[in-house]
Design a protein around this ligand. Structure first.
Ligand code: GDP
Length: 300
């Protein structure tokens, strides 16, 4: 489960670990506790707004004498974190239609293609048929990488010729899924064009084309964000949200970062549910996000 998968995150002194260290072995509340928590939250990339939100709650509880000892402060912090992380529908991929079409977006290098491979692996293991659409037609390497995943997982990969129209490739993939009765289409997309405006226009166009192939598609638009990008991930969320109806987040590379606090910022400031977290490069290193379990797993 998530607990086992996140061992690395805990061991790598993730931000929950640093918070925990603040409270370890102390019964009496340190008069500077709020400042200490603030420092951990800010340096873990929780973001200024969300940090203030959390601290306000702690401050007012302290002033009402509701928190008798450090254990209580700690409990309160964990509860607030859980509440923030419970936005939206939460973990997993709702399969709403046959086929359910999932558009996967994000800037280059965040882990889009890897996430698609991991998701395909899970879906296949659950007995679903998956079609992969190589919609990042601007990068031959991305198409190649998706192909490798397709072979490994044992699912169809629809690709176009070099420089093919990405909308057309994904259209074909949806058509293929309809013809063969497949359950899910996972569509990779470009993560970089000449300008941000270009990229967003291109992605909107691709989404419209998907809708022409199948009414209601894309059913899910997953934004992949790299936890090690910290506050940049927050900016990417704002940018993509403006251009596309993002339905959920996949937060990758939570292994090996002390900045995992960005997950709180994303939930609090963007109101987007985290569907999955990536905790490594292997096929099995993707976990459905479950807020309570996540917080508990981080705290060990
Ligand atoms: P894309 O450009 O968004 O498609 O990104 P890729 O899927 O090519 O991934 C970029 C790099 O990040 C690759 O080396 C992946 O193996 C790595 N990667 C993806 N997800 C994770 C993760 O959860 N943890 C770690 N440590 N690496 C990851």
């Amino acid at each position: 489960g998530l607990r086992k998968g996140l061992t690395k995150v805990r061991e790598s002194e993730g931000f929950f670990g640093r918070l925990k260290a603040l409270f370890a072995g102390k019964k009496e509340i340190d008069p500077n506790v709020v400042e200490q928590i603030e420092e951990v939250l800010l340096t873990s990339d929780v973001g200024v707004k969300t940090t203030e939100l959390l601290l306000d709650e702690i401050r007012s509880a302290l002033s009402r004498n509701e928190l008798a000892d450090t254990d209580k402060v700690w409990d309160a912090l964990r509860e607030h974190a859980k509440r923030i992380l419970r936005v939206g529908a939460g973990g997993g991929l709702p399969l709403k239609a046959q086929p359910t079409v999932v558009m996967v977006v994000g800037v280059n290098g965040v882990g889009k293609t890897t996430t698609i491979g991991k998701l395909a692996t899970q879906l296949k293991a659950e007995g679903r048929t998956v079609v992969l659409a190589a919609g990042d037609t601007f990068r031959a390497a991305a198409v190649q990488q998706l192909n490798v995943w397709g072979k490994r997982v044992g699912c169809e990969v629809v690709r176009g010729k070099d420089g093919a129209n990405p909308g057309a490739v994904i259209f074909d993939a949806i058509q293929k899924a309809k013809d063969t009765g497949a359950d899910v289409v996972l569509a990779d997309t470009a993560g970089r064009l000449h300008t941000k405006t270009n990229l967003m226009e291109e992605l909107s166009r691709v989404a419209r084309t998907m809708n022409k192939a199948l009414e209601g598609a894309p059913h899910e638009t997953l934004l992949v964000l790299d936890a090690t990008n910290g506050q940049n991930a927050m900016q990417q969320a704002a940018l993509f949200k403006e251009a596309l109806p993002i339905t959920g987040i996949v937060l990758t590379k939570l292994d090996g970062t002390a900045k995992g606090g960005v997950i709180l910022g994303i939930c609090a400031e963007h109101g987007l549910p985290v569907r999955y977290v990536g905790i490594g490069e292997r096929a099995e290193d993707l976990r459905e996000f479950e807020p309570d379990e996540f917080v508990e797993a981080m705290l060990g």
